[in-house]
Design a protein around this ligand. Structure first.
Ligand SMILES: *[C@@H]1O[C@H](CO)[C@@H](O)[C@H](O)[C@H]1NC(C)=O
Ligand SMILES: *[C@@H]1O[C@H](CO)[C@@H](O)[C@H](O)[C@H]1NC(C)=O
Length: 218
């Protein structure tokens, strides 16, 4: 009896550790698990292709030399290379992005719920920063030049701004096959259906007309 209770407690603890206390991409138990995008099986990640069907292209992507189109309101473009582009990234816990910035382009405040990010500037100069969680909400900011590297810790709100009259380019690696992106302004003011005005006015301590005006921008 005592042994059974002990085993149960052990199993529960193992479950809590793998499902609650840590939240990161799972460690892989095989050489690879190339995503089988045709599989109807739904798991945390993607089902694996049969190993004998895996080809070298499953680990390959071409195109990061191509600049993203920055003709948009923010003046920035993110080209992602994650498990959606490279099936071989399934269960590997990493991915990449190229970010292009027009003059005065902004990659607006956002967070990656599943990923730390390490970014390096290939061209130009970027004013970057992140903000820690409550209650401190401490803002760490830095101006980066070509070749500089900066880390945005997992889950924290961060941004990059090109404070120059010439374009900028950065490459960033992320610690998830599928980092996810939550752009703060879009989530709060661009939600569909919208968050009721009474909630946003109280949260931001502004008039309803201000909220309406911001919502109209999305
Ligand atoms: C870039 O995006 C803008 C706005 O969507 C579009 O008008 C333009 O044709 C695009 N440029 C290229 C080179 O794709
Ligand atoms: C832009 O650059 C100017 C000159 O270096 C600096 O005074 C200003 O604070 C910068 N603004 C931002 C938002 O980075």
């Amino acid at each position: 009896m005592a042994i059974r209770v002990l085993l149960l407690a052990g199993a529960l603890l193992a479950f809590a550790c793998s499902h609650g206390a840590t939240a990161s991409d799972p460690s892989h138990l095989q050489d690879f698990c190339v995503a089988d995008k045709t599989s109807p099986v739904r798991v945390n990640g993607l089902a694996c292709k049969a190993a004998k069907e895996v080809v070298v292209e499953d680990f390959y992507f071409s195109g990061l030399h191509v600049a993203g189109n920055t003709t948009n309101k923010q003046g920035s473009a993110v080209t992602a290379v994650n498990v959606a582009q490279i099936g071989g990234l399934n269960t590997m816990g990493v991915s990449l992005v190229r970010i292009d910035y027009a003059p005065f382009g902004l990659n607006p405040p956002h967070t990656h719920p599943r990923s730390t990010e390490i970014l390096t500037v290939l061209e130009g100069c970027l004013h970057v920063g992140f903000v820690t969680s409550n209650p401190e909400n401490k803002h760490f900011e830095k101006v980066l030049n070509k070749g500089d590297v900066f880390v945005f810790p997992k889950g924290l709100v961060h941004y990059q701004y090109n404070n120059r009259t010439t374009g900028a380019v950065a490459i960033a690696a992320l610690s998830s096959q599928n980092p996810g992106v939550i752009t703060i302004a879009n989530a709060v003011f661009g939600a569909e259906p919208s968050i009721p005005a009474g909630i946003t006015t109280k949260a931001f301590q502004v008039e309803k007309s201000t909220v309406d005006w911001i919502q109209a921008q999305f």
